[in-house]
Write a protein that binds this ligand. Structure first.
Ligand code: SAH
Length: 358
């Protein structure tokens, strides 16, 4: 076995120099993915967890240079879902077996804290056995606290890049890495299960930046690590920048699995958008979550973060069937209902916390 993979397997850690070598040198992919898969199976067996994604608004006050729904894109056709539409998505998702709903959107000032809290309460009242996840960007600690009290328990907020100078190249002056980190630590302190992450192959990203991303994640200890290749969008200042590389992205997924053995790692839509079997390959490289789209088909194309996004034409039922097939073909098993145990009861296997896997 290659020396770096052996060390990752034994110690789940690499020095900065070793990480740089890992990124720069060709790794034996079969060995790397097999090691990552074995590690994921120790914790999670062949289980793949579902998170139903509801993209409820594409209005955004921010102007992230990489993102297609940035405020500065006048060609983005904007939409908001009503509470009734969002609740209907949850009802449909519940029927399909989803027990976690992820409400994601741009930073849309229309949704005041009162509105978000009312929405959370309504979903929690209708689906007391479900987990509510928010992914609505940077807010004050007080806002995060209010959402928690209303019933939200998980929050996804990628740090995007842990290098302040790189952060500045990807975002306008009005945003700062400092505030994004503050948000993540507030969320953790309040008690949220927190997800963070970054894009792979983002414009100007270097291997040294990725080392910093990993060190930041090791300090934060998030429950979920979401990464996916950067994908160019023509209506952004980065329209000339190339998309990230899927093979390199898979290498990063495997590395994350070996560095964070018990983390939830989604096989993100961005992988599937750049490669027809991108999500399956991500699962085989160590990912263990998929996030099927529950948004009404009418608006899916409009949540246009990047070009050629997949799953924009299917109904939720079709989406689930398609993903189920893909997960099975990749050699894994979708777990939907909370009663379904992730790992068969064997003392040699560590049971993942039920709280995380539902
Ligand atoms: N407004 C929320 C949700 C952002 S969308 C927030 O700020 O957290 C979710 C993620 O999509 C982002 O965190 C970013 O990492 C990713 N994303 C945005 N534009 C992208 C692009 N062009 N290619 C790939 N991923 C992108």
């Amino acid at each position: 076995m290659s020396e770096l993979i052996e060390k990752l397997n034994a110690a789940h850690q690499l020095t900065d120099d070793e990480l740089l070598r890992f990124f720069a040198e060709e790794q034996p992919e079969d060995e790397l993915f097999a090691a990552a898969d074995a590690e994921r199976r120790k914790y999670y067996g062949d289980a793949v967890y579902l998170r139903g994604l509801i993209e409820f608004t594409n209005y955004c006050k921010n102007n992230c240079y990489y993102c297609g729904i940035r405020a500065g894109n006048p060609h983005a056709e904007r939409y908001r879902l009503t509470d009734a539409q969002i609740l209907a998505c949850c009802v449909e998702g519940y029927g399909l077996g989803y027990r976690t709903f992820v409400l994601q959107g741009g930073e849309d000032p229309y949704y005041t804290d009162d509105k978000i809290c009312a929405l959370i309460s309504a979903i929690a009242a209708q689906h007391p056995d479900c987990r509510i996840t928010l992914s609505i960007g940077e807010k004050s600690r007080e806002s995060y606290q209010r959402y928690y009290e209303a019933g939200a328990r998980r929050y996804l907020l990628r740090h995007e890049t842990a290098d302040p100078a790189h952060y500045r190249m990807l975002h306008p002056e009005s945003m700062s890495l400092e505030n994004r980190k503050r948000c993540l630590y507030d969320l953790k302190e309040i008690g949220y299960q927190t997800g963070s992450g970054f894009m792979i192959g983002a414009p100007y990203q270097t291997h040294a930046h990725l080392v910093q991303d990993i060190r930041f994640l090791q300090a934060l200890e998030p429950d979920m690590i979401g990464v996916g290749p950067y994908i160019t969008h023509s209506e952004t200042p980065f329209s000339e920048m190339p998309s990230g590389d899927v093979r390199f992205g898979l290498k990063v997924i495997a590395l994350l699995r070996l560095l964070f053995p018990s983390a939830l790692i989604p096989a993100t839509t961005a992988f599937g958008s750049l490669h027809p079997r991108g999500r399956e390959l991500a699962l085989q490289a160590g990912a263990n979550v998929v996030m099927p789209n529950l948004s009404p088909v009418r608006v899916r194309k409009l949540y246009d973060l990047y070009e050629n996004k997949i799953c924009v034409g299917e109904e939720a039922t079709q989406c689930k069937g398609c993903l189920e097939q893909r997960v099975k073909a990749a050699g894994y098993r979708i777990v939907t209902s909370p009663g379904d145990r992730a790992v068969p009861g064997s003392n040699s296997l560590r049971e993942p916390a039920a709280e995380l896997t539902q």
